[in-house]
Structures are given as C-alpha cells and as structure tokens.
Design a protein around this ligand. Sequence first.
Ligand code: ATP
Ligand code: MG
Length: 392
Amino acid sequence: MPNRVKPPAVNPFRFGRIVSGDAFTDREADLLVLERELRGGQNILLEAPRRYGKTSLILEVKRRLEAAGIAVAYLDCMLVPSRARLADRLASVYLDAFKGPAQRAEDWVVQHLKTFRIRPTLTIDDHGHAQLSFEAGSAGAPSLDALLEQLFEEPEIIGRASRKKRVVVILDEFQDLMELGAGLLRQLRAVIQHQQHVSYALLGSRQALLRKAVHERSAPLLKMARPYPLGPLPRAEFTAFLMARFKASGRPVPKEAVLALIDITGAHPNDTQEVAHFLWEVALLPLPSQELVSTAIDRVLDAEAAQMTVLWHDSAPAQRNLLVALVEWGGRNIYSEAYRRRANLGPATTVQRAVQTLIDRELVDLEPSGAYTIKERFFEEWIRRRIIRGEL
Ligand SMILES: Nc1ncnc2c1ncn2[C@@H]1O[C@H](COP(=O)(O)OP(=O)(O)OP(=O)(O)O)[C@@H](O)[C@H]1O
Ligand SMILES: [Mg+2]
C-alpha cells in the first residue's frame, strides 16, 4: 500500500468577502425576521457599519426566499457608476432573477422589455450568462429618465403576475445611488411607493450618505422601509463557532485565546474572522494564549499595513495628533484644557476641526457615552504599536 499523504490543513477562517454555508454562523433570529418581513411585503433598511456581514446575511435570506418560490433580484449599487449603467444593470439583474427556468432570455426580453423606447441589446457570455445593455448613454436625458422609470416599474408587473404575487428586490449599498444625482432616489420613491407586489431590501453602511438618503426630514426615502440595524455577532455563539472550527481543522486553541480575541475585536464579524485566520497560522507555536493572540494581531497589522499607511498619510498633522491622543488618553473631555495640554493638541478650535474631519472621513465616532473612539480596531492597534510604541 502506498503511503497516504495527508492533505495540507486548510485555514477555516474567511474574511473580506461574502461567506456562506458552514462559514456563516448564527444570525438565525435576523434571518427569520428578514425573511418574514420581505415575504409579507415589508420594505427593509438593513443598516450596519462596513463589514458587519450585511451582504452575507441578505444572500442567505435570498436563498431561503427562492427556496420558497419567491424570485429575488440582487444589485450591488456600489458597482454602478452612472444612471445609464444603472439601467443596464437593473435590466440584467431582473432578467437573471425573473426569467422562468424554461424560458429563453430572448423570449423574456421580448415579453417584458419590448415597450422600451430604447431597445436593449442582449449578449450571452461564454458561461451562458445573459447581459442587457441599452446604450442609454447616447440617448438624451429625457429618454434615460423614462427608461429608468419603466425599469423601476418592472418588478411590480412581474410580482403581480407571479404565482406567489410577490418579488423581492435587494439594493446593496443603495446609498451610493445618491452620488448619481439628487433626483434619482426621488424618482425611485415616486414609483415604488405605489407598488403592492414588491418588497425592497435596502442595505447601507456609509453614514453620511445614509443620513441624506433616508434619515433627514427631506430625505428621498424617508420612512419607506423598516429600519433594521445589524449588530455584531453574539459573543457566545461566535466563540463556540470559532472554537469548533479551530478544533475541526486540527489546531485547537485554548478558550482564553478565543475570548481574548473577541474582546479585542468586539465580535465585529470581519475583524474577528481576520484575527482568527492569523491565529490559526500561529496556533502551533509554543506560546501562552495572550502572546498567541498578540502575534496574530501583529500579522493582521502587517497584512493591512498598506491600508493603514494610507489612512495615516491622508491625515493632516492635527488629525494625527488627535488620533494618537485618543489611543493614549482615551476619548473623553477632549476639549478640556487639561486634556489638550497633556496631549499637546493646541487650541480647542483646532481640535474641533480635526474631530469633524475625522468624523467625516468615518474614522472616528462619537459614542452615546460622549467619548470619541477610533472606529477601526486595527487602525487603533496600528497607531498603538507602530506609532506610539515604535514597534516595527
Ligand atoms: N454570519 C457570519 N458568520 C461568520 N462570519 C461572518 C458572518 N457575517 C460576516 N462575517 C465575516 O464578515 C466578513 C464580511 O462579510 P460581508 O461581506 O457579508 O459584510 P458586509 O457588511 O456586506 O461588508 P461590506 O461593508 O464590505 O459590504 C466575512 O468575510 C466574514 O469574515
Ligand atoms: Mg456588502
């Protein structure tokens, strides 16, 4: 018998992209609510900071709805640079989602899009994937407006005709549509507020734009959807999930190590998986738990060095001073004379300006407790280790 060669162990922790299947944990309560609301015709506004798992979660909801016979269209608005491109992308995702399994793409287009003033061109790539494009860029603005309006109306027509009398449209990072002109979301609202057979899931993370899109009194999508803020993952479940994956991959780690890791990341889904990924790499080193975790964080900071350096470079001196002060002295009473003197921050107006810029850049947050904090835990740790302690 030939010797069996053991396959190399595979790192079971994934970060930075959509997770599904056994890499996706918990969120059971969220899944139930979201599925029920969307099935019932309720629009949802799923709001969370970057990398909290919005897309992974909604794609899981999408799978469940589809298993129940409801068609779901998904569009990532971050990838849509113009209104003309929005028309193409919407038509393509509708085709993808709403075409019957036995239907040819050509037939669906003829059936649904024949009334459009600008005829779409259908292309089918090597993988059999269908794309539509209108060349709407060359048609004048009035035709593009009319085209978008017809596209916004399309899901209702399909929903009404469907067996379940319902379709779902997911607009991921929808706040980015604000950047395609002030009128666009108003136009969307004007159409979708009359729809009876479509539920919208709006996913967003960029706070400044979200305020303008949905929260301010004059916002185009004000009160159009049930707000559903998404928190970090529950600590106990996340701990159990991580422990189980360390063990199943042949590299068990002590529970203290996982608890220490979650303490540092605050159970932020992506950050936690990222530290776990690097903890798995060093898990076989003969080190006590705390040192293992610290070594893993060092590896994260090395991996993220380019991004951290850009954040630092893009900060003016007053912002840098303040960032360092927040790490060294905490974020309370930062305008007080004692704080400013201790941290060498200069006049209160300078601090005020620096704070505002850092908030606008979404690097710093004002907590409900009144303390200012650095939003990204890795950036905070990078400043502590690389700038304050001067570690290499
Ligand atoms: N339910 C989950 N179980 C385990 N890990 C998760 C879960 N949700 C998110 N994550 C972690 O977070 C990462 C980011 O997930 P995802 O891309 O879905 O988040 P997002 O909020 O859509 O991010 P972005 O702001 O970049 O759009 C994943 O790669 C994974 O490491
Ligand atoms: Mg996402």
